[in-house]
Design a protein around this ligand. Structure first.
Ligand code: 5GP
Ligand code: MN
Length: 339
């Protein structure tokens, strides 16, 4: 984001505005951390700000400060639509194409005349925002919100509440500071957030150490279902709706399961296929190590996208057809996957 744009945004924010802040559908730690951090920052500056999430998110994020103020578009349609229609500014955080807010919300966001500001680190952004802070090298949108506040000259306004929200998103999107997008700058930002009052150990506990017994049992089933294709350095996991039901599945329970497949020695491509009876799809999460781009793979074959090493997608076929398709596509990538 260039200096001239920052000056314009600063001028824009110099008087109280109606501001709507939107994360992507099925919000994760980075989506909720970044939107709530920005919410608290804007409230400090006397704006009439609100976070509107497209739909609900996992319980392990519900302790975040400001969680009780978040509207869910899916279940609070009228109130949310009115706020979007009356907004002066709409921030879209941790996504870069309206359809990622879900079709229904996209139809309200798209025609809105509000000034759009995008802060995001995903690849191939759409061109809908007047101000675009898009950087695919960033660890997380939360690191970018930290930079954004700093660019506005307000880093001294980052208090413990804002720091806590930002810490959550950086921690979850970097796999606790181990993925390759984690830089020395990421660690410096994290250091600053701890100084500003983020309770790092407590945050880690709140996110990762609140497992239910049934989630761990579901993890056990997922590990039993793990399949390996060693010659293509690929591993994948399936979970059917019946299996999810058996273990009393709740939103967020399968978060991180795919990383176990990627942790196998010599595996560089991992996938998890999760049946959703409600949406009539198979939800897919893809992860890789090194150069192999799961963003490109998902865009080409599974209606999705994301980053080089982490992407999502979906299939409208049943589980077996989806797995057969996946396995039949892999040999096209033999050269990338066998090195
Ligand atoms: P996950 O597998 O955790 O759902 O998603 C991995 C990453 O890819 C996240 O950064 C997520 O925001 C992104 N992602 C997931 N699904 C999609 C999709 O359909 N399109 C795009 N562009 N990104 C996605
Ligand atoms: Mn993110």
């Amino acid at each position: 984001m260039i200096k001239a744009q920052i000056s314009e945004i600063k001028a824009l924010l110099s008087a109280p505005k109606n501001i709507v802040i939107v994360p992507h559908r099925n919000p994760d730690g980075d989506a909720m951390g970044s939107t709530l951090a920005l919410y608290h920052y804007l409230k400090l500056n006397n704006h009439n700000a609100v976070v509107i999430a497209p739909n609900d998110y996992p319980d392990f994020l519900k302790w975040l400060p400001g969680d009780d103020t978040v509207l869910k578009f899916e279940t609070q349609l009228e109130e949310s639509s009115t706020l979007i229609n009356n907004a002066d500014i709409i921030f879209t955080l941790d996504f870069n194409a309206f359809h990622r807010a879900g079709n229904q919300m996209a139809h309200v966001l798209e025609p809105s005349t509000a000034i759009k500001i995008m802060i995001d680190h995903h690849q191939q952004p759409d061109d809908y925002a007047k101000y675009m802070y898009s950087d695919i090298s960033m660890s997380s949108t939360c690191e970018m919100v930290y930079n954004f506040i700093e660019m506005l000259g307000d880093d001294d306004k980052i208090n413990a509440t804002i720091a806590t929200c930002l810490y959550v998103g950086i921690m979850t999107d970097t796999g606790s500071f181990r993925f390759p997008a984690t830089t020395s700058r990421t660690h410096q930002v994290i250091g600053n957030l701890i100084e500003k009052g983020a309770e790092n150990s407590e945050i880690h506990n709140n996110i990762y150490d609140t497992n239910s017994y049934s989630r761990l049992q579901l993890l056990g089933r997922a590990m039993q279902n793990l399949k390996v294709i060693p010659e293509l350095r690929t591993a994948y996991i399936t979970l059917s709706q019946a299996e999810l039901d058996e273990f009393n599945f709740k939103k967020g329970d399968t978060e991180g399961f795919v990383n176990y497949a990627l942790s196998l020695k010599d595996i560089i491509f991992a996938a998890i296929f999760i049946e959703s009876q409600q949406d009539q799809i198979i939800k897919i999460s893809l992860r890789s190590k090194g150069e192999f781009s799961v963003n490109e793979f998902s865009r080409a074959h599974f209606h999705g996208g994301g980053h080089t090493n982490a992407a999502g997608g979906r299939s409208d076929d049943d589980m077996q057809t989806t797995i057969n398709k996946f396995i039949s596509i892999l040999p096209q990538y033999k050269q990338d996957l066998s090195q």
